[in-house]
Design a protein around this ligand. Structure first.
Ligand SMILES: [Zn+2]
Length: 92
């Protein structure tokens, strides 16, 4: 991971492969189908577990991670496409 700055600094990580190299991402099962968003094999994708807290409970949602997507790990964990991430964040 490296440090990046938006208005505040965040930790970010770029997903490369469907290898278990990020603790919050579950690799997608091997699949011959293609992603409608990026066109890569679905087996190269991952699923990010995102906990959201309200007053009484924690709800976990998931977000698909395409190869090259960035995962920003802060209080509002989320996935950014490579283009969106580079437009929004600059390396510190
Ligand atoms: Zn994709």
């Amino acid at each position: 991971m490296a440090r990046y700055r938006e208005i505040r600094e965040v930790e970010a990580y770029q997903w490369k492969e469907a290898t278990p190299d990020h603790p919050e991402v579950v690799a997608n099962a091997v699949s011959a189908s293609k992603c409608a968003k990026c066109g890569h094999d679905m087996g190269a994708h991952g699923w990010l577990q995102i906990p959201r807290k309200d007053n009484t409970s924690v709800i976990v949602s998931t977000a698909m991670v395409c190869p090259g997507d960035w995962i920003v790990t802060d209080d509002n964990m989320r996935v950014w496409s490579d283009v969106s991430f580079k437009n929004r964040f600059k390396k510190v």
